[in-house]
Design a protein around this ligand. Sequence first.
Ligand code: PDD
Length: 274
Amino acid sequence: MILYNNRLIDREEARVDIEDRGYQFGDGVYEVVSVYGGKIFRLQEHLDRFEYSANQIGITLPVSLENLSENLHKLIAHHELSDGQIYYQVTRGYAPRNHPFPENPQPVLTGYVTRKPRPVEAMKNGVAAIITDDIRWLRCDIKSLNLLGSVLAKQKAAEAGAYEAIQHRDGVVTEGSASNLFMVKDGKLHTHPLGNLILGGITRIVVLEIAKKLGIDVVESSFTLSELAEAEELFLTSTTSEIMPIVTLDGKPVRSGAPGSVTKLLQEEFEGLL
Ligand code: PDD
């Protein structure tokens, strides 16, 4: 079963028109949530961001957030999902192809369960990353279905045998293609400030909360590629990658080439929240 607006239906029954604006224009927004032990991690934050993204592009959600939450839980129950993810999205729906918004949009919300295992080994050993230009648009705070910039960056990483692509604009580091980036320098955590150039990650919020609790100083200001090259530790954060140490950058080891102590401390605390 999958979620279609306000009901659960068989996947085979779900129908999306070839002129759905999500399909033709990427005209829609989405969320990915993690489920641990049958519970959705930080659901309220994901619902709020979903509503924010939709508002920013003038889509009125076809259901209330309460109804959406109820149906996400029904999906979990139906699939007896203990650990996995739910992907959900809303598009502006079907209309004869024309760039401006249609007069009476009928947004289409869909959602379904996935069961990707947690990347346990990668989180323990760390992963490789490459550096690439940030070619995305200037509203990266919207979790938009338009992911071509991210897709191309991630493909570049994949072709280099790396896990993630770290993006920069004119030498200023922004975020990963599908993750936020943190750097440890002089024992402090550095990450790009919120704004239009990055997605306000939910895992990013959780890491900032943990850092506060542990008394680790956080600097929310942008840093350059040359500062990145001097990092003591690097890690990325996302719903599916959680807190992921980066141990090589463009093939060069980050310090010792192993996950650092601050990263490991944050991972331990994060685990305690699940
Ligand atoms: N990606 N930045 C970008 C560009 C992202 O696409 C994501 C998430 C994040 C991290 O956000 P969060 O911690 O809320 O997951 C940051 C999701 C997981 C994806 O596209 O699959």
